[in-house]
Design a protein around this ligand. Structure first.
Ligand SMILES: [Zn+2]
Length: 77
């Protein structure tokens, strides 16, 4: 099941019990629960090998991690 299919199913279950004008609010809730999209950036400190999360500024020793371990942002690439 893809993420999109899962969201459709969840909305289907929820809207069986909620008025239709709640659908927009459900969209907002689901969007808020999704991780931020971030990117590892060089930290521009001379001689430093660290990369930082562009969402929270957390320094990390490598840029290969898929998620920031500080803020949970999902990293591009
Ligand atoms: Zn972060």
């Amino acid at each position: 099941m893809t993420k999109e299919e899962a969201l459709v199913k969840v909305k289907g279950y929820l809207t069986d019990y909620l008025p239709w004008d709640s659908v927009d609010e459900i969209d907002e809730i689901i969007k808020a629960l999704e991780p931020n999209i971030g990117q590892w950036m060089p930290n521009h400190i001379p001689g430093s090998m660290l990369y930082k999360c562009d969402q929270c500024g957390y320094d990390r020793g490598a840029y290969s991690f898929k998620y920031c371990s500080n803020c949970g942002a999902k990293m591009k690439g």
